[in-house]
Design a protein around this ligand. Sequence first.
Ligand SMILES: Nc1ncnc2c1ncn2[C@@H]1O[C@H](COP(=O)(O)OP(=O)(O)OP(=O)(O)O)[C@@H](O)[C@H]1O
Ligand SMILES: [Mg+2]
Length: 345
Amino acid sequence: MTELMTLQNVSVHFPVRGALPFLKKGEIQAVSNVSLSIHRGEIFGIVGESGCGKTTLASTMVGMIKPTAGQVLFEGVDLNSLPRDEFKKTRRRMQMIFQDPFSSLNPRFNVYQIVSEPMFIRGEDDEETMKARVAELLEMVGLSAGDMYRYPSDFSGGQRQRIGIARAISLNPSFLVCDEPVSALDVSIHAQILNLLLELQEKLNLTYVFISHNLADVKKLCDRLAVMYLGKIMESGDSDKIFAQPLHPYTQALMAAVLDINFSEQKETEILPGDTPSPINPPPGCRFWQRCPKAMRGCKAIPPEYVEVEQDHFVACRLVNGFPDQDMPEGYDQPLVRLKTVRGR
Ligand SMILES: Nc1ncnc2c1ncn2[C@@H]1O[C@H](COP(=O)(O)OP(=O)(O)OP(=O)(O)O)[C@@H](O)[C@H]1O
Ligand SMILES: [Mg+2]
């Protein structure tokens, strides 16, 4: 399998401004030193709690956000070093489907205008060709050519998501990012849209990035996945391996919270206490230490290394990969004792 998309040490930081716009107070490290590869023809999942950087990472993959550092390689070519024209051309081969089918479609445009807009902007087709193509796309996503002159408000949530999908595939992309494509839909429609995505993947040879909070969907659909926490990848690789044996305490906690997985001797894994800390100026060390039920004192100070522990299974955790042999503070391998806080007051 060949790599379609490779991220090399990608970081995306957003400045946090003070009361005066030129005073920079700090930065939100939305994505921090992420490296991963996405293979041609696979479905690659990204999971993690709200605000961990999934959308920012995906937007960086498709060139909507320029990384602060690192490289985004699409078919081996650095996206952000391409000349403008080439960048635009490459960019057309990557599309994004958004979570909310209600706000992602312009209510003043009819379906024909919405679906043909990317072709219109490209400026290579006449109206007849675009109409024929829109009719073909609508049939492909389970709507009919007769829907072309109706408006988004005439459709249900599931149908609107179908319109969004028709638009996303209108320029024959090879790489499609689906950012929580079904989380705004009810259960029965949810399955229909997932099935449509699977059908299209087969028919059009697509590679998907599938962002979701729903681990059951990810388990069903994804060949490989990355688990993110506060802008960093905690664990990534082959989906079957990660679901069979999650190694990072964060992955274990996420899975224990939603899936009925038998963790055998890891029964003490709890549902995660507390909220995700802020990604503004995060401290050194592991970003998960404050909420990790297994944290050692060293986790707080020494950042984890991202290590391939078996083929296509990467983990960033000192408890799995060990601490450095030298220059460690005393007691680094002792459990971290936390003060109990009273919540809800
Ligand atoms: N344009 C922006 N300017 C400043 N901060 C941003 C911007 N976009 C995202 N952020 C911040 O970056 C962090 C990651 O946001 P992101 O939307 O990527 O998270 P997410 O994992 O997609 O969350 P969700 O599951 O809620 O969609 C958040 O703290 C967010 O507030
Ligand atoms: Mg998001």
